[in-house]
Design a protein around this ligand. Sequence first.
Ligand SMILES: *[C@@H]1O[C@H](CO)[C@@H](O)[C@H](O)[C@H]1NC(C)=O
Ligand SMILES: *[C@@H]1O[C@H](CO)[C@@H](O)[C@H](O)[C@H]1NC(C)=O
Ligand SMILES: *[C@@H]1O[C@H](CO)[C@@H](O)[C@H](O)[C@H]1NC(C)=O
Ligand SMILES: *[C@@H]1O[C@H](CO)[C@@H](O)[C@H](O)[C@H]1NC(C)=O
Length: 420
Amino acid sequence: MQCSWKAVILLALASIAIQYTAIRTFTAKPFQICPAPNPLNCGLGQESDTFDRICDEYPYFTYNVSRKTHILILATTRSGSSFVGQLFNQHSDVFYLFEPLYHVQMTLIPRLSHSKNTADRKVLLGASRDLLRSLYDCDFYFLESYIRPQPVNHTTDKLFRRGASRALCSPPVCDAFAPGEVNIEEGDCVKKCPSVNMTLAADSCRERRHMAIKVVRVPEINDLRALVEDPRLNLKIIQLVRDPRGILSSRIETFRDTYRLWRIWRATGRKPYNLDLSQLTVVCEDFLNSVSTGLSQPHWLKGKYMLVRYEDLARNPLQKTKEIYDYLGMSMDKNVAQWIHTNTRGSNEMSAKHKYGTVRDSAANAENWRLKLSYDMVDYTQTVCQQILHQLGYKAVSSPEELKNMSLTLVQDRTFVPFL
Ligand SMILES: *[C@@H]1O[C@H](CO)[C@@H](O)[C@H](O)[C@H]1NC(C)=O
Ligand SMILES: *[C@@H]1O[C@H](CO)[C@@H](O)[C@H](O)[C@H]1NC(C)=O
Ligand SMILES: *[C@@H]1O[C@H](CO)[C@@H](O)[C@H](O)[C@H]1NC(C)=O
Ligand SMILES: *[C@@H]1O[C@H](CO)[C@@H](O)[C@H](O)[C@H]1NC(C)=O
């Protein structure tokens, strides 16, 4: 039998789809009762691939969701998203989750952290949207089917970055800390709290008025259209962007294996021939697609889109956070203000604690990449990301002196008003 590469791809693809179908079947029960009188908009238009069909079978939410705000932080790794996540995590009325899509990717495409295959991408996105829908409905059982090993008795200690969610470190999920404890360290939570009981997690989610989820595995805003248009959700997107030069620098420091060749470039001054340039260009392309869509104000995003530059937040955290809460139509509680106060004064001893920590990434460090990247790396980035740099108001430098002269900011003043 001849086995062409197309057949191989097709086969691989079929197996992902089969896994996904299996997962869907396995968890079909919660989706079967579906009195939805009007499956309007579900997976409309270009997004109506088969994986959004689920929408038709999805149960109508059992409580009045029109009052609940479903916040989605659309970000990419090392763009300051942990910081933005904290602005919601600290709010006593918000249930916050840190990147649940990690489990979807690990289950469906375990070995490819960044699949470039568009069909894989479609399956992932469809599955991701389904998961987000069920989570916004405080259904945590659906998530279980993506967790390895499979949770027993609805309990797991493998929930990704569980400690990053205050709600999952507090009653009723965990009694290890005093009620109202403000600064629960992620590591302490993981150590002291028992495994997550998903039933209790769901209870905790229902008790809170709003829900915020941070995702870094959705490439661009158009991928979310089916969710945005879902009438049962009250989705509000906060798209977080950061200077791609800053993202690159931060990733080089953090993801030591996958960005190894970039470090070689930086150390030797010579670009390795086998450097995976897509690690940079994908960021810029995704930003460009999203931002172009968002700022063109399509009808489906009305009232549901706000663009936030990380640098603006770093420069003026309290003010910017107020603007974000205004856009959401929510009030910012005192815990949030307190957290900002404590974490943006840039005490540097605290910052070394954990590399995904929020403190380290805050205010003072937003332009630190300029001292870390070499000029030719910056120059290269400016060439391939020219359009998005310009659109977001990040100034290009034309000499090493300009790059290293920190008395000149490269962040131009821009106002991005939410699309109301
Ligand atoms: C849901 O809540 C909104 C706002 O509080 C209210 O106007 C609406 O009547 C409620 N709907 C139902 C079905 O209770
Ligand atoms: C799950 O619950 C059942 C019934 O309560 C119990 O017999 C079983 O030991 C539990 N399994 C684990 C791994 O805790
Ligand atoms: C999880 O919490 C639910 C609700 O309180 C409880 O009924 C169940 O026994 C708990 N599961 C385990 C394994 O403790
Ligand atoms: C940095 O830029 C400022 C403002 O243009 C300039 O006055 C200063 O001389 C520059 N410093 C260096 C070391 O080039």
